[in-house]
Every structure is written in structure tokens, then in C-alpha cells.
Ligand binder design. Structure first.
Ligand SMILES: Nc1ncnc2c1ncn2[C@@H]1O[C@H](COP(=O)(O)OP(=O)(O)OP(=O)(O)O)[C@@H](O)[C@H]1O
Length: 234
């Protein structure tokens, strides 16, 4: 169970997250809202890139915010970025090894974890390919595989489908919905793609001006009048 309690983040006079309180337990949770609503700030609060004015994030009884950012990764917090973080001159396997280094994965476990993650996202044949030779789909899958080594507990995905074709999006849906069963990690996904959110997120939270305006089963949330007005433009 992830309990976000009274979470407040300010940038000078801008209140990016305003006393946000939310409890989530689903395998895949969506986070949506208009531009500037506070979605990235929330993922930054989890990973330690936002300075917290007030509040807590408590996961299975553990206060995440008490851990320094690098220890959050070792504990099991993983994050993918909207703009993929892939170096041109490193192979796919090198990227995953670097994450294993950062997370302190034991040498004897590395190969198995890397193979498992690459098999799962379907790019095992790219293990020795350098970043500049990967196509956009393979880069996206590498970004997700990076999140899956080191026994993650929570994976934050920021627009994981950016730049993918319709067929590739079908693969992405299958991958996202199987992460909990195959790796044991919960996913919190930020996206503007309402179809993707509807298909893979059992529950969804909606932010507007840093406040939570709706939370619940995704289908109900997407029918909510306040959500339609603030976000869906209907
Ligand atoms: N480093 C910063 N300094 C000052 N203000 C910031 C900073 N980062 C974000 N903000 C402001 O905080 C608010 C929330 O921004 P945030 O990026 O979290 O929104 P978002 O929902 O992720 O938006 P988008 O969908 O456009 O990515 C916005 O008003 C934004 O301008």
C-alpha cells in the first residue's frame, strides 16, 4: 500500500502539489491531469528530485522520504523518463549493468536479472547493440528494462508510449499489465494518452493545479464531470 499523506511541494510562490493525500494499492495506477497540474512534481517527490514542504510518502509502513534519493533506488524505486536516457555508445546490456551497479545487485544475480528483463520486454537480441543503433521502440523498451532489474518494488513510468506506433503500443500494454505478476512491482504511470490509461490502469488519480480532483476506478474517473471539465475538455 502506498500512502501519500498531505504532500506539498512549492517552487517559490507556485504550489505544485497542494496537500495531496492518496492511498493506492492497485498493480497499475494512472496519474493524469492538464499541463502544469503537478504530475512530474509527484514523480520527482518519489524519486527525491523535489524538495518537500510538507507531508510524507509511506510505502508498506516505510517512510520513503526519510531515505536519500540513491537509497530509494536500492530500496526498489525505479523510474523511466519521458525523454529516454540512452547513451549512444553503450550497449543495452551495459545500460542494465549500470543500473545493477547503482542498485548494488550481486554479481552472481546480474546476468539472470538482465536476461529476464530483456526477454520480458522482447529485446534480448539487442543486448549487445549500442544505443545509437537502436530504433525508438528498442530505446523505449531499454528504458523499461532498466526499471526492471534490481528487484523493483515501485516503477514510475513517465509517458512510456511516446513515439510508438499503434502496433508497438499493443506490446507496451501487454508489458505494463504483466509487470506486477512477473516482477512484483507496482506501476504508477503518468500519461496524456487516455486510451492507454483506460486500458492498463485499474485506478487513476487526476491532478489539477496541484490538487487531487478525482481518484478511483479508471472508468469512473474518466466519466467524472470535474475531470471532463478540467482535463478532457468536454
Ligand atoms: N523547477 C521548477 N521551478 C519552478 N516551477 C516549477 C518547476 N517545476 C515545475 N514547476 C511548476 O510547478 C507546476 C507543476 O509542474 P509539473 O511539471 O509537475 O506539471 P505536470 O503535470 O507534470 O505538467 P506536464 O503535463 O506539462 O508535464 C507548474 O506550475 C510548473 O510551472
Amino acid at each position: 500500500m502506498i500512502n501519500i499523506e498531505n504532500l506539498t511541494v512549492k517552487y517559490g510562490g507556485v504550489v505544485a502539489l497542494d496537500h495531496l493525500t492518496l492511498s493506492v494499492a492497485d498493480d497499475v495506477v494512472g496519474l493524469i491531469g492538464p499541463c502544469g497540474a503537478g504530475k512530474t512534481t509527484m514523480t520527482n517527490a518519489f524519486s527525491g528530485f523535489a524538495s518537500i514542504a510538507e507531508g510524507n510518502i509511506v510505502i508498506d509502513g516505510m517512510n520513503l522520504l526519510a531515505l536519500p534519493p540513491h537509497k530509494r533506488a536500492c530500496w526498489g524505486l525505479a523510474r523511466s523518463f519521458q525523454k529516454v536516457q540512452i547513451a549512444d555508445d553503450l550497449t543495452v546490456a551495459d545500460h542494465l549493468k549500470a543500473v545493477c551497479d547503482a542498485k548494488g545487485v550481486k554479481s552472481k544475480d546480474r546476468a539472470a536479472q538482465i536476461n529476464h528483463a530483456l526477454d520480458f520486454v522482447g529485446i534480448a537480441d539487442c543486448a549487445d547493440t549500442i544505443g545509437e543503433k537502436l530504433n525508438p521502440y528498442q530505446k523505449r523498451m531499454t528504458e523499461i528494462a532498466k526499471c526492471l532489474v534490481g528487484q523493483p518494488k515501485i516503477v514510475l513510468l513517465d509517458e512510456p508510449g511516446g513515439g510508438l506506433s499503434e502496433t508497438e503500443m499493443l506490446d507496451l500494454r501487454r508489458i505494463i499489465t504483466q509487470v506486477k505478476a512477473r516482477f512484483g512491482a507496482h506501476i504508477i504511470m503518468v500519461d496524456h494518452d487516455v486510451d492507454l490509461i483506460r486500458d492498463v490502469c485499474t485506478s487513476t488519480a487526476v491532478l489539477d493545479f496541484g490538487k487531487l480532483i478525482a481518484f478511483g476506478p479508471t472508468r469512473d474517473v474518466l466519466q467524472d464531470e470535474a475531470v471532463k471539465t478540467a482535463y478532457l475538455g468536454r
